[in-house]
Design a protein around this ligand. Sequence first.
Ligand code: GLU
Length: 295
Amino acid sequence: MSVLRTRFAPSPTGLLHVGNAFSAIICQQWAEQQQAELYLRIEDIDHTRCKPHFSDQLLEDLQWLGLQWHGEVQYQSMRSALYDAALQQLYENKLIYPCFCTRKSILQDIERIGLAPHADEHNTPYPGTCRELAPDYARVRMQQQSFAWRLHIHHASMQVDAALSWLDEHGMATPVNLHQMQDIVIGRKDIAYSYHLAVVVDDADQGITHVIRGEDLRSSTPVHRLLQALLQLPSPIYIHHKLLHDPSGQRLAKRNQSTTLQSLRQSGIEPEYLRQHLREQARQSHALWHGDFGT
Ligand code: GLU
């Protein structure tokens, strides 16, 4: 029988909080139940936000929590050769193009052509300004100006099966709606590779069979499935667990300092107590899959 593998993949952009611990506990419990291997990957590709002292603290906090992972910890910041090769493959297949737009110029273009601006600033529609620049002109500008690599969704949709979908733990297929996708950024000058590119390369390289992560990342899964198809990588099964909320119904987030593992440790909470509490939360909210999340 082949080995099942999952991973916990935090980003060291701040101190680990209870919401992260919840995710880690869910990954660990799933791995125990399935006799699967659990890997730990530090997603520190964004050097503008990730800090080494947060990585060190994160390891300490996870050890305190009792997370047991398989093999060496993997750091994305040490794996750029793999991401470079993937970027090169997309470039050679005409699936990415350089984009010289700034946030400001995109907003101006949107206003000029009368596109409705998006309420979510991270989801601003891209008006396609640099999509069809003449290759020679683009090459000259690349020498002079900073740029981002964008995925050419139209070219991409011609290279993949129109019925592309991703699978969940029940074997249910969710279609990837290519018509709703933007020309997303895959690399930038300051952060050479996007989270989307790095994560699909790493999941394939580590032989991850099941990706277990929070509901908040569900909207990234179609993008990941598309990149897997374009890079001819295997696609794992995706399990999106519910997120932990505080008693007032607010989602626990990094900005809420009172729920960091560090502050819980300092207040004298025992890791066993926290583990049990999080398992109970997961069971009560059916965080993972209906009814069968035993303690
Ligand atoms: N690094 C991501 C985060 O901390 C998780 C990525 C993933 O599980 O795919 O939100």
